[in-house]
Ligand binder design. Structure first.
Ligand SMILES: Cc1ncc(COP(=O)(O)O)c(C=O)c1O
Length: 410
């Protein structure tokens, strides 16, 4: 399927009810997509349809509503599996990417790793793929190693062979950086990890919304992402795990749904993946994730990423002309549509506040990556992140509004 680049941007915005509202009397120029994306009407309607036509708990009931709800919930699992190139039983629903990563830390690593083992991360991790490992390292005495980044914010691949030695049991890395925009060559890292038999967890929270990832081809052991960053509802994340990796994983949460047999002093677990989904799951939101995937699948992903890279490139050139310092790789095809910048004259929070007056939503702060910010010698950046429904008019609005920032502070 191919889509012309012209059919993205403004012509998609009509599918998203939020774009009919105004902020400070201006149309919404939403450039905070790395934080969360907007939802198409089909997703909003799916939520309402579930509650108004089939609301029931899943897996338990024998009545019609329960069967329909279960069918829709498991249908969403099949859709996610198809999207990833996985099998449905390899798809575990969580509440977000953060929970999915914590399941690997607490369910797999905590039981399989021992004092002195090493985990390799990168210098550009989001706290979601950092704090769980710091906590675990502290608890069982693990060594954490970091793949360094170069001046452009790219991984220094030449360090891999030395960093990933026989002490390393897990490599956990972000696929696309939420600060730098860098798309990491995860294939090269996976290849190196396999040489020493280490497992690999890919944090795909910022990549899967933009790039199609086939987990089978990638050959990672675990992959985590959040639905809300790819048109889906909040409260839904996914942990993909290869079956042998999931078989080695212990359920972190106990309760209903995840069991096969319980006595007063023993428990056996339900099959994978249900053993990792204790209690009533987020049924409505999981079901409403399906139209989000269908929406993304109706577009050609190569065209979408090209579109986002064109917008980033235009924004980067304009920002640099205005004297802002843009972080991340120079080559547009080495980044997703995430553009962070700093300036001598305006604090990121002041910048974001002024941009908001123009209806332009951006993010300011440390972006949940404090160690990276520290490494870069920065306290905060301003970040614009683009998605399929943005276009050059949005880039122009951003730049026009930034001119005001510059004339105010500059
Ligand atoms: C790279 C990366 N990983 C993980 C996460 C965590 O996602 P969530 O907050 O949905 O769990 C984020 C969120 O911004 C992210 O950017």
């Amino acid at each position: 399927m191919t889509t012309a680049i012209q059919t993205l941007g403004a012509s998609l915005r009509k599918d998203f009810p939020i774009f009919s509202r105004k902020v400070h009397g201006k149309r919404v120029v939403y450039l905070d997509n790395a934080a969360t994306t907007q939802k198409p009407l089909s997703v909003i309607e799916a939520l309402s349809r579930y509650y108004s036509t089939m609301n029931a708990n899943v897996h338990r009931g024998i009545h019609t509503l329960a069967e329909e709800a279960t069918g829709a919930y498991e249908g969403a699992r099949k859709a996610v599996a198809r999207f990833l190139g996985a099998r449905p039983e390899e798809v575990v629903f969580t509440k977000n990417a953060t929970e999915a990563i914590n399941f690997v830390a607490l369910g797999w690593a905590r039981h399989r790793l021992k004092r002195g083992d090493a985990i390799v991360l990168t210098e550009m991790e989001h706290h979601a793929n950092l704090v769980p490992w710091i906590l675990l390292a502290r608890e069982i005495g693990l060594e954490l190693r970091y793949i360094p980044i170069d001046a452009e914010g790219k991984l220094r691949l030449e360090t891999l062979a030395k960093l990933i030695d026989h002490k390393v049991r897990l490599v956990a890395l972000v696929h696309a950086s939420n600060v730098l925009g860098t798309i990491n060559p995860v294939e090269a890292v996976i290849e190196e990890a396999k040489k020493v038999g280490a497992k690999v967890l890919v944090d795909a929270a910022q990549s899967l919304p933009h790039l199609r990832v086939n987990v089978r081809a990638l050959d990672c052991d675990f992959l985590a992402f959040s639905a809300h960053k790819m048109l889906g509802p909040t409260g839904v994340g996914v942990l993909y795990g290869k079956m042998d990796a999931l078989e080695e994983t212990v359920p972190v949460l106990g309760g209903g749904e995840m069991i096969e047999r319980v006595t007063y002093d023993s428990v056996t677990f339900n099959q994978i993946p249900w053993r990792f989904e204790a209690g009533t799951p987020n049924i409505a939101d999981v079901i409403a994730f399906l139209p989000a995937l269908a929406y993304l699948e109706s577009l050609d992903s190569k065209t979408s990423i090209q579109h986002e890279q064109n917008l980033s490139q235009a924004a980067i050139e304009a920002l640099e002309r205005m004297g802002f310092r843009v972080l991340g790789p120079k080559a547009p095809n080495e980044r997703v549509g995430v553009v962070s910048w700093t300036s001598e004259f305006a604090h990121p929070h002041d910048t974001a506040t002024i941009l908001d007056q123009f209806g332009v939503a951006v993010r300011a702060g440390h972006h949940c990556a404090q160690p990276l910010m520290h490494k870069l010698g920065l306290a905060a950046t301003t970040r614009a992140s683009f998605y399929i429904y943005n276009d050059m008019d949005d880039v122009e609005m951003l730049i026009e509004a930034l001119k005001e920032v510059r004339s105010y502070f500059g």
